[in-house]
Write a protein that binds this ligand. Sequence first.
Ligand code: TXA
Ligand code: MG
Length: 336
Amino acid sequence: MKIRRVNAVSPDSGVIAAAAQLLRDGGLVAFPTETVYGLGANATKADAVQKIYDAKGRPAYNPIIVHVASIDAAKGLVTQWNDAADRLAKAFWPGPLTLVLPKKPVIPDIVTAGSPTVGVRVPSHPVAQALLRACECPVAAPSANRSTMLSPTTGAHVEHSLADAVDMILDCGPTPVGIESTVVDVSSETPAVLRPGMITRSELEAVVGPVREHRSSTPETGVLRAPGMMSVHYAPRARLMLVDAGDIARVAHDLGQSSDAARVGVLTITQHVESIGSMRVIRLPDTAIDYAKRLYAVLHELDAVGCDTILVEPPPHSEEWVAIRDRLSRAAARHE
Ligand code: TXA
Ligand code: MG
Protein backbone atom coordinates (compact mmCIF):
# COMPACT_ATOMS: atom_id res chain seq x y z
CA MET A 1 0.00 0.00 0.00
CA LYS A 2 1.68 3.18 -1.22
CA ILE A 3 -0.56 5.72 0.54
CA ARG A 4 -0.39 5.53 4.33
CA ARG A 5 -2.80 7.50 6.47
CA VAL A 6 -1.03 9.09 9.44
CA ASN A 7 -2.39 10.92 12.45
CA ALA A 8 -0.99 14.43 12.93
CA VAL A 9 -1.32 14.40 16.71
CA SER A 10 0.51 11.12 17.24
CA PRO A 11 2.05 9.88 13.97
CA ASP A 12 2.29 6.06 13.92
CA SER A 13 5.95 5.37 14.73
CA GLY A 14 6.01 2.19 12.61
CA VAL A 15 4.87 4.06 9.50
CA ILE A 16 7.31 6.91 10.17
CA ALA A 17 10.17 4.41 10.67
CA ALA A 18 9.35 2.69 7.35
CA ALA A 19 9.23 6.03 5.52
CA ALA A 20 12.53 7.10 7.14
CA GLN A 21 14.17 3.85 6.04
CA LEU A 22 12.97 4.40 2.45
CA LEU A 23 14.53 7.88 2.50
CA ARG A 24 17.85 6.64 3.91
CA ASP A 25 17.92 3.96 1.20
CA GLY A 26 17.47 6.52 -1.59
CA GLY A 27 13.70 6.20 -2.18
CA LEU A 28 11.06 8.91 -2.70
CA VAL A 29 8.56 9.68 0.07
CA ALA A 30 5.78 12.28 -0.22
CA PHE A 31 4.92 13.88 3.13
CA PRO A 32 2.79 16.72 4.52
CA THR A 33 4.34 20.01 5.60
CA GLU A 34 2.33 22.92 6.99
CA THR A 35 2.43 24.61 3.54
CA VAL A 36 1.97 21.91 0.86
CA TYR A 37 3.00 18.25 0.46
CA GLY A 38 6.67 17.72 -0.36
CA LEU A 39 8.30 15.04 -2.53
CA GLY A 40 11.24 13.99 -0.38
CA ALA A 41 14.59 12.34 -1.09
CA ASN A 42 17.82 12.02 0.91
CA ALA A 43 19.50 15.36 0.16
CA THR A 44 23.01 13.91 0.55
CA LYS A 45 22.53 11.36 -2.25
CA ALA A 46 22.72 12.78 -5.78
CA ASP A 47 21.08 9.71 -7.34
CA ALA A 48 18.10 9.92 -4.97
CA VAL A 49 17.67 13.64 -5.73
CA GLN A 50 17.84 12.88 -9.47
CA LYS A 51 14.69 10.77 -8.99
CA ILE A 52 12.83 13.91 -7.83
CA TYR A 53 13.69 15.74 -11.07
CA ASP A 54 12.63 12.68 -13.10
CA ALA A 55 9.35 12.15 -11.22
CA LYS A 56 8.32 15.81 -11.48
CA GLY A 57 9.62 16.46 -14.98
CA ARG A 58 11.42 19.35 -13.28
CA PRO A 59 13.97 21.39 -15.25
CA ALA A 60 17.53 20.82 -14.01
CA TYR A 61 18.02 24.57 -13.42
CA ASN A 62 15.39 24.81 -10.64
CA PRO A 63 16.97 24.26 -7.18
CA ILE A 64 15.27 22.22 -4.43
CA ILE A 65 14.66 23.23 -0.79
CA VAL A 66 16.33 21.07 1.89
CA HIS A 67 14.29 20.24 5.00
CA VAL A 68 15.70 19.52 8.46
CA ALA A 69 14.21 19.12 11.96
CA SER A 70 16.01 21.90 13.83
CA ILE A 71 18.02 25.13 13.63
CA ASP A 72 21.15 23.18 14.64
CA ALA A 73 20.66 20.73 11.79
CA ALA A 74 20.22 23.68 9.39
CA LYS A 75 23.50 25.21 10.56
CA GLY A 76 25.22 21.96 9.63
CA LEU A 77 24.31 22.48 5.94
CA VAL A 78 25.66 26.01 5.42
CA THR A 79 29.05 27.72 5.58
CA GLN A 80 27.74 31.02 6.87
CA TRP A 81 25.16 31.57 9.62
CA ASN A 82 24.78 35.34 9.90
CA ASP A 83 22.76 37.56 12.18
CA ALA A 84 19.83 37.83 9.74
CA ALA A 85 19.62 34.04 9.43
CA ASP A 86 19.77 33.64 13.18
CA ARG A 87 17.03 36.18 13.90
CA LEU A 88 14.70 34.89 11.18
CA ALA A 89 15.22 31.26 12.14
CA LYS A 90 14.52 31.98 15.80
CA ALA A 91 11.42 34.01 14.94
CA PHE A 92 9.83 31.75 12.30
CA TRP A 93 11.17 28.18 12.59
CA PRO A 94 9.71 25.70 12.69
CA GLY A 95 7.42 27.26 10.10
CA PRO A 96 6.72 28.35 6.50
CA LEU A 97 10.03 30.15 5.83
CA THR A 98 12.95 29.09 3.61
CA LEU A 99 16.38 30.71 4.09
CA VAL A 100 18.91 30.77 1.25
CA LEU A 101 22.56 30.58 2.42
CA PRO A 102 25.95 29.40 1.07
CA LYS A 103 26.00 25.59 1.09
CA LYS A 104 28.48 23.08 2.48
CA PRO A 105 29.80 20.29 0.20
CA VAL A 106 27.55 17.76 2.02
CA ILE A 107 24.77 19.10 -0.23
CA PRO A 108 25.45 17.86 -3.77
CA ASP A 109 25.26 20.35 -6.66
CA ILE A 110 22.18 18.66 -8.11
CA VAL A 111 20.11 19.86 -5.12
CA THR A 112 20.97 23.52 -5.74
CA ALA A 113 21.04 23.29 -9.55
CA GLY A 114 24.71 24.19 -9.44
CA SER A 115 24.25 27.25 -7.22
CA PRO A 116 26.68 27.86 -4.32
CA THR A 117 23.63 28.58 -2.11
CA VAL A 118 21.04 26.24 -0.65
CA GLY A 119 17.45 26.89 0.45
CA VAL A 120 16.88 25.43 3.94
CA ARG A 121 13.63 25.04 5.86
CA VAL A 122 12.52 23.62 9.23
CA PRO A 123 8.85 22.70 8.74
CA SER A 124 6.45 22.74 11.69
CA HIS A 125 4.05 20.00 10.59
CA PRO A 126 4.24 17.21 13.20
CA VAL A 127 4.45 14.47 10.54
CA ALA A 128 7.28 16.28 8.73
CA GLN A 129 9.03 16.80 12.08
CA ALA A 130 8.65 13.12 13.03
CA LEU A 131 9.95 12.00 9.64
CA LEU A 132 12.95 14.35 9.67
CA ARG A 133 13.94 13.28 13.18
CA ALA A 134 13.57 9.60 12.30
CA CYS A 135 15.52 9.60 9.04
CA GLU A 136 18.53 11.50 10.40
CA CYS A 137 19.39 12.93 6.99
CA PRO A 138 18.50 16.27 5.38
CA VAL A 139 15.54 15.82 3.02
CA ALA A 140 15.38 17.60 -0.35
CA ALA A 141 11.72 18.21 -1.16
CA PRO A 142 9.98 20.35 -3.76
CA SER A 143 6.19 20.43 -3.82
CA ALA A 144 4.89 16.94 -4.70
CA ASN A 145 3.33 17.72 -8.08
CA ARG A 146 4.37 17.45 -11.71
CA SER A 147 6.45 20.51 -12.68
CA THR A 148 4.34 23.64 -13.50
CA MET A 149 1.14 22.10 -12.10
CA LEU A 150 -0.72 22.98 -8.90
CA SER A 151 0.90 22.16 -5.57
CA PRO A 152 -0.81 19.39 -3.57
CA THR A 153 -2.52 20.14 -0.24
CA THR A 154 -3.83 16.60 0.36
CA GLY A 155 -2.39 13.09 0.00
CA ALA A 156 -5.02 12.41 -2.68
CA HIS A 157 -3.65 15.30 -4.79
CA VAL A 158 -0.18 13.70 -4.62
CA GLU A 159 -1.53 10.26 -5.51
CA HIS A 160 -3.36 11.73 -8.47
CA SER A 161 -0.29 13.40 -9.96
CA LEU A 162 2.70 11.26 -8.90
CA ALA A 163 1.46 7.87 -7.64
CA ASP A 164 3.60 5.79 -10.01
CA ALA A 165 6.79 7.65 -9.17
CA VAL A 166 6.81 7.63 -5.35
CA ASP A 167 7.61 4.79 -2.97
CA MET A 168 5.28 6.01 -0.21
CA ILE A 169 2.79 8.83 0.42
CA LEU A 170 2.19 9.86 4.03
CA ASP A 171 -1.35 11.23 4.01
CA CYS A 172 -2.46 13.51 6.81
CA GLY A 173 -5.33 15.33 5.10
CA PRO A 174 -5.33 19.05 4.21
CA THR A 175 -2.26 21.13 5.02
CA PRO A 176 -2.88 24.08 7.37
CA VAL A 177 -1.18 26.98 5.51
CA GLY A 178 -2.10 25.95 1.97
CA ILE A 179 0.49 27.79 -0.15
CA GLU A 180 4.27 27.49 -0.40
CA SER A 181 6.79 29.00 2.05
CA THR A 182 8.24 32.51 1.91
CA VAL A 183 11.75 32.17 0.38
CA VAL A 184 14.30 34.72 1.67
CA ASP A 185 17.87 35.08 0.42
CA VAL A 186 19.99 35.96 3.46
CA SER A 187 23.33 35.31 1.73
CA SER A 188 23.93 38.99 0.87
CA GLU A 189 23.96 42.25 2.87
CA THR A 190 20.23 43.03 2.67
CA PRO A 191 17.85 40.06 2.85
CA ALA A 192 15.63 39.66 -0.23
CA VAL A 193 12.29 37.92 -0.65
CA LEU A 194 12.66 35.55 -3.63
CA ARG A 195 9.14 34.14 -3.32
CA PRO A 196 6.35 35.73 -1.26
CA GLY A 197 4.50 33.49 1.19
CA MET A 198 2.15 33.86 4.14
CA ILE A 199 4.98 35.27 6.28
CA THR A 200 4.90 38.84 4.94
CA ARG A 201 7.71 41.28 4.24
CA SER A 202 6.59 43.47 7.18
CA GLU A 203 6.77 40.50 9.52
CA LEU A 204 10.31 39.78 8.27
CA GLU A 205 11.30 43.45 8.58
CA ALA A 206 10.05 43.59 12.15
CA VAL A 207 12.72 40.97 12.91
CA VAL A 208 15.69 41.92 10.66
CA GLY A 209 15.13 45.47 9.44
CA PRO A 210 14.95 46.34 5.71
CA VAL A 211 14.16 43.45 3.36
CA ARG A 212 14.25 43.84 -0.42
CA GLU A 213 11.08 43.11 -2.32
CA HIS A 214 10.63 40.17 -4.60
CA ARG A 215 10.93 41.36 -8.21
CA SER A 216 10.29 38.68 -10.76
CA SER A 217 11.44 41.03 -13.53
CA THR A 218 14.91 41.49 -12.02
CA PRO A 219 17.41 39.98 -14.43
CA GLU A 220 19.19 37.06 -12.75
CA THR A 221 22.35 35.34 -13.70
CA GLY A 222 23.18 31.67 -13.33
CA VAL A 223 20.58 29.52 -11.61
CA LEU A 224 16.93 30.29 -11.32
CA ARG A 225 16.70 32.37 -8.15
CA ALA A 226 13.02 31.95 -7.47
CA PRO A 227 10.14 29.87 -8.79
CA GLY A 228 8.54 33.10 -9.93
CA MET A 229 11.11 33.17 -12.70
CA MET A 230 9.11 30.42 -14.37
CA SER A 231 6.05 31.96 -15.94
CA VAL A 232 4.13 28.68 -15.93
CA HIS A 233 3.88 27.87 -12.27
CA TYR A 234 1.12 26.98 -9.83
CA ALA A 235 -1.41 26.54 -12.62
CA PRO A 236 -4.53 24.40 -12.80
CA ARG A 237 -5.27 22.66 -16.09
CA ALA A 238 -8.24 24.95 -16.67
CA ARG A 239 -7.72 28.48 -18.02
CA LEU A 240 -7.66 30.87 -15.06
CA MET A 241 -8.73 34.49 -15.58
CA LEU A 242 -8.63 37.31 -13.05
CA VAL A 243 -11.77 39.34 -13.57
CA ASP A 244 -12.67 42.49 -11.64
CA ALA A 245 -15.48 41.99 -9.16
CA GLY A 246 -17.83 44.29 -11.02
CA ASP A 247 -17.33 42.38 -14.29
CA ILE A 248 -17.59 38.82 -12.97
CA ALA A 249 -21.33 38.48 -13.40
CA ARG A 250 -21.23 39.74 -17.02
CA VAL A 251 -18.18 37.66 -18.06
CA ALA A 252 -19.55 34.56 -16.31
CA HIS A 253 -22.88 35.09 -17.98
CA ASP A 254 -21.30 35.47 -21.43
CA LEU A 255 -19.17 32.35 -20.94
CA GLY A 256 -22.07 30.39 -19.51
CA GLN A 257 -24.14 31.20 -22.56
CA SER A 258 -21.48 30.55 -25.12
CA SER A 259 -20.09 27.32 -23.69
CA ASP A 260 -21.27 24.59 -21.38
CA ALA A 261 -22.02 26.38 -18.08
CA ALA A 262 -20.87 23.36 -16.05
CA ARG A 263 -17.38 23.93 -17.46
CA VAL A 264 -17.14 27.40 -15.93
CA GLY A 265 -15.97 27.87 -12.35
CA VAL A 266 -16.16 31.19 -10.48
CA LEU A 267 -14.18 32.02 -7.32
CA THR A 268 -15.46 35.05 -5.47
CA ILE A 269 -14.73 36.64 -2.13
CA THR A 270 -17.22 39.46 -1.76
CA GLN A 271 -19.27 39.52 -4.89
CA HIS A 272 -22.55 37.70 -5.07
CA VAL A 273 -22.74 36.03 -8.50
CA GLU A 274 -25.91 34.34 -9.69
CA SER A 275 -25.15 30.84 -10.87
CA ILE A 276 -26.12 30.34 -14.48
CA GLY A 277 -27.44 26.83 -14.97
CA SER A 278 -24.88 24.40 -13.59
CA MET A 279 -22.00 26.90 -13.48
CA ARG A 280 -19.97 26.41 -10.32
CA VAL A 281 -19.75 29.48 -8.12
CA ILE A 282 -17.55 29.11 -5.05
CA ARG A 283 -17.28 31.83 -2.44
CA LEU A 284 -13.92 31.78 -0.67
CA PRO A 285 -13.17 33.20 2.80
CA ASP A 286 -12.45 36.93 3.04
CA THR A 287 -9.34 36.62 5.22
CA ALA A 288 -6.03 35.84 3.51
CA ILE A 289 -5.17 33.05 5.96
CA ASP A 290 -8.40 31.15 5.35
CA TYR A 291 -8.39 31.88 1.61
CA ALA A 292 -4.85 30.43 1.27
CA LYS A 293 -5.88 27.25 3.10
CA ARG A 294 -8.63 26.62 0.55
CA LEU A 295 -7.23 27.99 -2.72
CA TYR A 296 -5.34 25.00 -4.18
CA ALA A 297 -7.95 22.48 -2.99
CA VAL A 298 -10.68 24.41 -4.78
CA LEU A 299 -8.63 24.70 -7.99
CA HIS A 300 -7.89 20.95 -7.83
CA GLU A 301 -11.63 20.29 -7.39
CA LEU A 302 -12.62 22.46 -10.36
CA ASP A 303 -9.98 20.71 -12.51
CA ALA A 304 -11.27 17.31 -11.38
CA VAL A 305 -14.88 18.05 -12.33
CA GLY A 306 -13.83 19.16 -15.80
CA CYS A 307 -13.99 22.95 -15.64
CA ASP A 308 -12.10 24.52 -18.51
CA THR A 309 -12.39 28.16 -17.40
CA ILE A 310 -12.05 29.54 -13.89
CA LEU A 311 -12.92 33.21 -13.26
CA VAL A 312 -11.30 34.59 -10.13
CA GLU A 313 -12.17 37.83 -8.34
CA PRO A 314 -8.78 39.52 -7.64
CA PRO A 315 -8.04 39.60 -3.90
CA PRO A 316 -7.41 42.91 -2.07
CA HIS A 317 -4.12 44.78 -2.52
CA SER A 318 -3.19 44.75 1.17
CA GLU A 319 0.02 43.04 2.25
CA GLU A 320 -1.39 39.83 3.70
CA TRP A 321 -2.72 38.97 0.22
CA VAL A 322 0.59 39.46 -1.68
CA ALA A 323 1.48 35.74 -1.88
CA ILE A 324 -2.03 34.75 -2.95
CA ARG A 325 -2.06 37.44 -5.65
CA ASP A 326 1.37 36.20 -6.80
CA ARG A 327 0.15 32.59 -7.22
CA LEU A 328 -3.07 33.65 -8.95
CA SER A 329 -1.32 35.95 -11.41
CA ARG A 330 1.20 33.22 -12.30
CA ALA A 331 -1.61 30.74 -12.85
CA ALA A 332 -3.42 33.26 -15.06
CA ALA A 333 -0.24 34.11 -17.01
CA ARG A 334 0.04 30.52 -18.12
CA HIS A 335 -2.89 30.99 -20.42
CA GLU A 336 -2.10 34.45 -21.76
O1 TXA B 1 6.52 25.41 1.21
C1 TXA B 1 7.44 25.03 0.48
O2 TXA B 1 8.45 25.73 0.25
C2 TXA B 1 7.29 23.66 -0.17
C3 TXA B 1 7.36 22.59 0.92
C4 TXA B 1 7.35 21.19 0.37
O3 TXA B 1 8.48 22.81 1.72
N1 TXA B 1 8.31 23.45 -1.16
C5 TXA B 1 8.30 24.07 -2.35
O4 TXA B 1 9.34 23.67 -3.16
O5 TXA B 1 7.47 24.89 -2.68
P1 TXA B 1 9.43 24.06 -4.71
O6 TXA B 1 10.60 23.35 -5.25
O7 TXA B 1 8.14 23.76 -5.36
O8 TXA B 1 9.75 25.58 -4.69
C6 TXA B 1 10.93 26.01 -4.04
C7 TXA B 1 11.55 27.16 -4.75
C8 TXA B 1 12.29 26.67 -5.99
O9 TXA B 1 11.48 26.73 -7.13
C9 TXA B 1 13.47 27.60 -6.07
O10 TXA B 1 13.32 28.56 -7.10
C10 TXA B 1 13.58 28.25 -4.71
O11 TXA B 1 12.56 27.76 -3.91
N2 TXA B 1 14.89 27.83 -4.23
C11 TXA B 1 15.24 26.64 -3.71
N3 TXA B 1 16.57 26.60 -3.47
C12 TXA B 1 17.06 27.79 -3.85
C13 TXA B 1 18.36 28.37 -3.90
N4 TXA B 1 19.45 27.68 -3.50
N5 TXA B 1 18.49 29.63 -4.35
C14 TXA B 1 17.42 30.32 -4.76
N6 TXA B 1 16.16 29.84 -4.77
C15 TXA B 1 15.98 28.60 -4.34
MG1 MG C 1 6.55 23.75 -6.60
